[in-house]
Design a protein around this ligand. Structure first.
Ligand SMILES: Cc1ncc(COP(=O)(O)O)c(C=O)c1O
Length: 442
């Protein structure tokens, strides 16, 4: 049953509604059902943080799609820019178009100064593949170090760099030269250490891993700014700077996957700004066009110069419509200071989530910064046994009460708290009220 007259969220009947049920059964007949677990809601339209389904129910959104619609669903400035671009030119492959130049100029202008060149592609996986290609081409070597729990996409080099079994199971050997090492998942530290006194022991392990696995062909390191799909896992302060030092001491290239952590999500335009990291290559996607397919790599010009003419292309990459969207997104984020809103509302939401953790028997951990937080659900707070079944139930109960959430996690037990960055204080409180009450209904 729905909660007492919420301000925005309103679910009339048991989900899925009549029209949704009809759509689901049509869909199941014609498209492969191989996506993850989601609430039984057929989206119709959305604006800002509010989603309306085909039965006219309204929901607050903690998903942003999957951390995509950073500027809010269907932001009018973005819609207008895309509509205008569509009427002029939709695709001209590698040939020059003005929006592409404008998007590149705007992107390079907001990136840290050392990243002075970019290249446009279509998806996050494609950006990761491109970054790996660049590292191999630049160094002439092929081994890539990456991290347990990492997710970089489902294409082959990207999934080989990944550290989650799911995307790899049943697909035979992965790309040779992938060396994976532990990421600091401090809530479940594989070394049974604690961040207060471990002195970042997991980084010392890197030398062991290289000694045991490398054939002296190391090209570089690929790492997410925080582990997204593994459960919104954030490294303790100081870990990334020390990782970067280690990379430099070995003369390797440093690729940072900011496909989901960029464009204001963590409270900075790019997550690398938090600790002043200077990666050689950065992968961008998702929020870059806030709903229109686009991605990019950005790097020092000297690194990208390793690719000669004709060595990188993408049918849809750099198309004028996507590039107009990139331009509009950057304008919106800057004009509305959405990264600052993410930080402010994120603090408010995190402090309430931490209070909820105190009283809920199931919330084992709350972590994150800005508007990307993970709420890890456990069966028992002492044993920390993951609670994936409860997590799926919470997704359904929350939807029934007007809040759309999704799950991630190595064990499928982490709720994603990642609303569009335009969320207001009132919307944040209303969504948290629904979340708290839904938890109590489990
Ligand atoms: C950190 C990270 N890298 C890469 C990807 C792959 O992006 P895409 O699904 O657009 O290929 C994702 C997608 O979730 C991601 O979270």
């Amino acid at each position: 049953m729905g909660l007492q007259s919420p301000a925005v969220a309103r679910v009339k009947d048991q989900l899925p509604g009549l029209r949704s049920r009809e759509l689901f059964s049509r869909w199941e007949r014609v498209e492969a059902q191989c996506t993850g677990y989601q609430a039984r809601v057929a989206w119709d339209q959305a604006s800002g943080v509010v989603v309306t389904d085909v039965d006219g129910n309204t929901f607050l959104d903690w998903t942003s799609g999957v951390l995509v619609t950073n500027v809010g669903h269907c932001h009018p400035h973005l819609v207008k820019a895309v509509q205008a671009a569509c009427t002029r030119l939709m695709n001209n492959y590698e040939c020059l178009n003005e929006p592409r130049v404008e998007a590149a100029e705007k992107l390079v202008a907001i990136l840290p100064e050392h990243l002075d060149k970019c290249f446009f592609l279509s998806t996050g996986s494609e950006a990761v593949e491109a970054a790996i290609r660049v590292m191999k081409r630049k160094t002439g070597r092929f081994e890539i170090i990456s991290f347990h729990g990492g997710f970089h996409g489902r294409t082959y080099a990207a999934l080989s760099a990944g550290g989650l079994a799911g995307p790899k199971k049943g697909y035979g050997p992965t790309v040779p030269g992938s060396i994976r090492v532990p990421f600091p998942y401090c809530y479940r530290c594989p070394f049974r250490a604690s961040p207060e006194n471990c002195d970042l022991l997991c980084l010392d392990y890197l030398d062991d891993a290289v000694r045991a696995n490398s054939t002296d062909s190391l090209a570089g390191v690929m790492v997410e700014a925080y582990l997204g799909a593994a459960g919104f896992i954030f490294a303790p302060p100081g870990w990334f700077p020390r990782l970067e030092q280690w990379i430099r001491s070995r003369g390797l290239l440093f690729a940072l996957d900011e496909v989901q952590s960029s464009f204001g999500r963590t409270g900075k335009l790019f997550a690398m700004e938090w600790e002043g990291l200077t990666p050689d290559v950065v992968c961008l996607g998702k929020g870059i066009a806030s709903g229109i397919p686009a991605s990019a790599i950005a790097a020092r010009g000297e690194v990208l110069a390793a690719l000669g003419q004709g060595e990188m292309s993408s049918t849809m990459g750099g198309n004028p419509v996507s590039c107009a969207a990139v331009v509009a997104v950057i304008e919106i984020i800057q004009r509305e200071k959405l990264h600052e809103n993410a930080l402010r509302i994120g603090q408010l939401m995190k402090s309430r989530l931490l209070q909820i953790m105190e009283t809920s028997p199931y919330v084992g951990d709350v972590r994150g910064v800005g508007l990307v937080m993970g709420v890890e659900l456990v069966k028992d707070k002492r044993s920390r046994e993951p609670a994936p079944d409860l997590t799926r139930k919470l997704i359904d109960v929350a939807a029934q009460n007007g809040l759309l959430i999704g799950s991630v996690g190595i064990f499928g037990n982490v709720i994603r708290v990642a609303p569009p960055l335009v969320i207001s204080e009132a919307e944040a409180h209303e969504s948290l009220d629904i979340f708290e009450k839904s938890l109590a209904l489990l």
